[in-house]
Design a binder for this molecule. Structure first.
Ligand code: F0G
Length: 457
């Protein structure tokens, strides 16, 4: 017999109660948060889809591993377990733990970048971009054209445009210290990158003698997409595919808060002895000794265990399917989203949904705030507020105005997702009654976290 229903591949051992609030309570909580959902108290949120980062549920095996944590300052047993697991997965020579992904980015870029250089990527995540720009270098997005069109269906919308990459290396190669590709492509809709594309990047990097780094936060989800979508990959284990992805690169940055299935942690890994030595020196300055890198011994245990679990095929089938399930429901009701669904999130196209709100009145914020007030669901704007601010103080429309509904790993059940779908559809139907916003106060960079908003009349 072949059953259709894909069930959660776990049972629940410990639960955390949700707090129910009224619409009135949420409306006043949002005003107190200056209309920025980053400023809400999380307990006032019913279903929190702000991020899939650090919000996953650890397994009983991970909780058990915490007790095995060796808190020695130098040479802890937990580091050697972590090192062995990461090395076995990635094959890289130097494994440098960090407290999260952006610390790995900061250490890598501060070590290797010079002012005026260019780092190409499919799409840089916001912290990646900021860590490049702070070195007075340029973060250049080279995702394929389909990756910029929300409604175009393509199996690997995260692919980097290898022709554009070749043109850049040809013209300005001396200004490119390394090439990056983000798997899956978070800023472009959680879309995967194919093995064929990664092989193409490898070939270009060989030809132009450039190191190739993966931003590997969601490597396991990417590997599963390769398994189900790329020709000739169906019979391979996700772990085997993941290993091949890493084998094509010379290093990676990693946030273990995503596919490490941990609540905190990350690492920087690479083959270059010279870069690794410089990175470790900076690590000691800002993160800690190289055998803990800003983490407790028990964090290293949780990450090691999480990295063993995350490539499990039953887990990945459920993971990718739950996101697709939410997407199918909202698409059936006519809600415009990035298609196909991403691995970790559904991205609603707020610009298409709310055409009466121009980008500089932030349609993404209008949708995020309505979802919170009407249903207690917290999503995040990925659009003009996040990416429209420039160093010279000017502002332009972001490439897209999206609202990301990111699904924490192993946290919500199918009925939570049914509720979210109902909420998104109900708010989408409010359409033209939703209003735009203006910013009343904002910092100079990464404004989306702390900007204050006021609804327009
Ligand atoms: N790279 C990508 C592709 C990411 O999605 C993130 C984090 C990072 C790097 C930085 O990692 O948070 O551990 O410092 N993304 C989270 C998100 C915050 O909500 O998408 P970090």
């Amino acid at each position: 017999m072949n059953f259709r229903t894909i069930i959660e591949p776990f049972r629940i051992k410990s639960v955390e109660a949700l707090k129910f609030t009224t619409r009135e309570e949420r409306a006043s909580a949002l005003v107190a948060a200056r209309n920025n959902v980053f400023q809400l108290r999380a307990e006032d949120v019913l279903v929190d889809l702000l991020t899939d980062s650090g919000t996953g549920a650890m397994s009983s095996a991970q909780w058990g591993a915490l007790m095995q944590g060796d808190e020695s300052y130098a040479g802890s047993r937990s580091f050697y377990r972590f090192d062995r697991v990461v090395r076995d997965l990635t094959g890289f020579k130097h494994i440098i733990p960090t407290h999260q992904g952006r610390a790995a980015e900061r250490i890598l870029f501060h070590t290797v970048l010079h002012p005026g250089q260019i780092v190409p990527n499919n799409n840089h995540f916001d912290t990646t971009r900021a860590n490049i720009e702070v070195e007075d270098a340029e973060a250049r997005d080279l995702v394929i054209a389909a990756g910029r069109q929300p409604s175009t269906i393509h199996p690997f919308k995260g692919n980097i445009d290898t022709d554009a990459l070749e043109a850049l290396l040809d013209r300005d190669g001396d200004r490119v210290p390394l090439v990056m590709v983000t798997v899956t492509n978070n800023s472009g809709g959680g879309q995967p990158v194919s093995l064929q594309n990664l092989r193409g990047v490898r070939a270009l990097c060989d030809r132009y003698k450039k190191p190739f780094f993966l931003d590997a936060c969601r490597f396991a989800e990417n590997a599963y997409f390769i398994k189900i979508r790329e020709e000739g990959q169906r019979d391979r284990a996700p772990r085997e595919i993941a290993r091949e992805m890493f084998s094509l690169a010379d290093g990676c940055t990693m946030s273990a808060k995503k596919d490490g299935l941990a609540n905190i942690g990350g690492f920087l890994a690479m083959n270059s002895d010279a870069w690794a030595e410089q990175c470790r020196n900076l690590l000691i300055l800002t993160e800690g000794f190289p055998t803990y890198g800003g983490l407790a011994g028990y964090d290293l245990e949780a990450i090691a265990q999480g990295l063993e679990e995350v490539t499990d095929e039953a887990y990945l089938r459920y993971r990718i399917r739950s996101t697709e399930y939410l997407a199918e429901k909202v698409v059936a009701a006519g809600v415009p989203i990035i298609r196909p669904a991403g691995g970790h999130a559904v991205y609603v196209d707020a610009r298409a949904l709310l055409p009466h709100i121009p980008p500089l009145q932030y349609p993404g914020i209008a949708l995020v705030n309505a979802l919170y007030v009407e249903a207690g669901v917290r999503g995040v704007e990925i659009g003009t507020v996040m990416f429209g601010q420039h160093h010279d103080g000017t502002e332009t429309a972001g490439a897209m105005d999206l609202v990301r509904l990111a699904i924490p790993r192993r946290v919500y059940t199918q009925s939570h997702i049914d509720y979210v779908a109902e909420a998104v559809i109900a708010v989408a139907r409010m359409g033209s009654s939703l209003r735009g916003y203006r910013i009343t106060s904002a910092p100079k960079t990464l404004r989306h976290f702390t900007a204050e908003f006021e609804p327009l009349a």
